[in-house]
Write a protein that binds this ligand. Structure first.
Ligand SMILES: [Zn+2]
Length: 585
């Protein structure tokens, strides 16, 4: 609760100043020419321009001020003061509700702590502190970054919190450790060894260990956490939208509306459809959220299709590899996996093909989480079957993450019109430790961005927040450099891509992946006037300075986005919460 109260207090403190600034902030005219900067259009036929004509939220001309004025006559100008303009950045794979809520969890991440003792101390302190709900949720357990981080035993978890349910989530969110109170709340019988529930791990004697593995089992657990007050979750989500906007994004793709709320789809719709929303939002439902909703929507919010997980995370043994994980100390000791372990598929082939065909026939775009080669094969087989049964070339199904996609799989994906998104932050956070999971040979082709381009695929890159923190320039730099955060490892250097291609992955290709390539993603006549304005040119600054580039402004639909934390809506949500608290509700 602490973080939340801090946020509420903050809203009030900046309130007075905000009101003043609201009055001060001037609106751009409906028709204007952006001048005085460098415009990187992402249009291959016209990559750099010095002026853009915007009218009623659309781009009407791209070129020079003189050229535009010769056509359009005198038009008001807005001076960029030497800044760099990109098409609005697009994050095609993120989870805003989960990010908003996990922002209030106890932070035990391996980026902050480097020993088990330090992390256990944080957890001990947290067990007596405030929480958003009656459960204690900690996030960021990371045995790959913290060398001595052995899994906690159930006895340790119970000692940390004897009564309150406790959930510790790993950084990539594919594993959790929970105490007996949480197991009980999830309806898992702690006493009876014969009661096997998929994903709730037991030791050789049949006793629960407190370890919970992969999405379905973790979902079962999370679904038992009491809901935070509606206004609190909405306010946190609105703050989350501001975080994306301040980072330079104008559009997000929600690859599964995960996050603890009674109806996360409606919550996202409400926040995204607000006329003041700083972001466009395109959403993929989880199968259980599909209530035969029409795929219609507005330019601000639209349901695009459905999201499936075909396998799990490479960092918990969940990637359905061809062959097995390395039998290294990291895999056996730290991750606690068996000899010659290989991840498994979440669906039988027949069941998956049945589901994919049904959604394909309904016109849903399908996004599938795949990491290992076997998962990618199964996904491509199902897509090929559906596209053969009912050809719909405009329906560009998506493969998400693609850690180990092979050259022949990429060729197949290109033929099927599939787009591929890469979770390159793996290389930044886990580049040093990945070889001991995957082996040197596999690492030569891990996250093969350049090969994907050569196969003719439209590649995108994503941050999959909350799995990583929002930082588009870290993601960009990683796609270009492939260097781990320690600087020690460059993974598969032959798979580095050019800056131009990396920027394209975060703009035009991302728009194409979301089915919005005609509307968004480049600065071209007829498209929506969404821009991200930068302090420096990402094509020119030294690679080491990419993360120092500042976001000066974001524009959506021809208007400067107001992405300050203070707003009337935030104030009234905070006030409702305080009233509810005071009246004891
Ligand atoms: Zn994801």
């Amino acid at each position: 609760m602490k973080a939340f109260f801090k946020a509420t207090l903050f809203v009030f403190l900046v309130g007075g100043l905000g009101l003043f600034l609201l009055m001060y902030r001037s609106a751009a005219p409906d028709k204007f020419i952006l001048i005085g900067g460098t415009i990187l259009t992402m249009d291959p036929d016209n990559p750099v321009a010095s002026a853009v004509l915007v009218e009623d939220g659309r781009i009407r001309a791209v070129g020079t001020q003189r050229g535009i004025e010769a056509r359009a006559g005198f038009v008001e100008t807005v001076d960029l003061d030497g800044a760099i303009v990109l098409p609005g950045l697009i994050e095609p794979h993120t989870h805003p509700v989960a990010s908003a809520l996990l922002g209030t969890a106890v932070d035990i991440s391996g980026f902050r702590y480097n020993s088990r003792a330090a992390i256990m101390e944080v957890l001990e302190d947290a067990s007596s502190g405030f929480t958003l709900t009656p459960w204690i949720v900690a996030y960021g357990w990371d045995p790959l970054l913290v060398a001595d981080l052995e899994p906690p035993t159930l006895a340790e978890l119970d000692a940390l919190s004897p009564k309150k349910p406790l959930v510790i989530l790993t950084q990539m969110l594919h594993e959790a450790y929970v105490n007996s109170a949480a197991l009980k709340a999830a309806g898992i019988n702690v006493k009876s060894p014969g009661d096997i529930v998929e994903g709730f791990i037991r030791d050789d004697a049949g006793n629960l260990t407190g370890t919970v593995r992969e999405v379905e089992a973790i979902d079962r657990l999370i679904s038992r956490i009491p809901l935070a007050p509606d206004q609190a979750t909405e306010l946190l989500l609105r703050f989350q939208y501001i975080r994306y906007s301040k980072a330079g994004y104008t559009t997000i793709g929600v690859a599964g509306a995960v996050g603890r709320h009674k109806d996360p789809v409606e919550l996202i719709r409400k926040v995204a459809d607000d006329p003041e929303s700083p972001l466009r939002t395109y959403l993929y439902l989880l199968p259980h959220q599909d209530k035969n909703l029409p795929l219609a929507g507005s330019a601000d919010f639209r349901i695009k299709g459905i999201k499936f997980w075909m396998d799990g995370s490479p960092f918990t043994g969940g990637a359905a590899l061809e062959g097995s994980y390395e039998n290294s100390d990291v895999v056996i000791e730290r991750l606690g996996l068996a000899h010659n372990h290989s991840g498994s598929l979440n669906y039988t082939r027949a069941e998956f093909e049945r589901q994919i065909l049904a959604y394909h026939n309904k016109g849903y775009q399908i996004a599938i989480h795949v990491q290992g080669e076997r998962a990618i094969d199964a996904a491509l087989d199902a897509i090929e079957m559906a596209q053969t049964a009912k050809p719909a070339p405009a329906l560009r199904h998506r493969l998400e993450h693609n850690a180990l996609i092979t050259v022949s799989q990429m060729a197949r994906a290109a033929k099927l019109g599939v787009t591929t998104g890469f979770f390159v932050d793996h290389l930044y956070y886990y580049g040093d430790v990945l070889p001991s999971l995957m082996g040197e040979k596999r690492m030569k082709r891990y996250m093969p961005l350049q090969s994907a381009l050569e196969a003719g695929l439209e590649i995108t890159v994503h941050g999959d927040h909350p799995a990583t923190s929002i930082d588009p320039f870290r993601t960009l730099k990683t796609a270009i450099e492939r260097t781990s955060f320690t600087g020690k490892t460059v993974s598969a250097p032959n798979e580095k891509i050019s800056r131009q291609n990396a920027l394209r992955a975060m703009t035009l290709n991302a728009a194409i992946q979301l089915g919005e390539g005609d509307e968004l993603g480049s600065i071209e006549e007829g498209k929506r006037a969404d821009f991200t304005v930068l302090s420096d040119n990402p094509l020119e600054v030294p690679v080491g300075s990419l993360q120092n580039i500042r976001i000066l402004d974001v524009w959506k639909e021809g208007r400067r986005v107001d992405n300050r934390y203070f707003s009337g809506t935030h104030l009234s949500l905070a006030w409702d919460l305080i009233k509810a608290k005071l009246s004891g509700r």
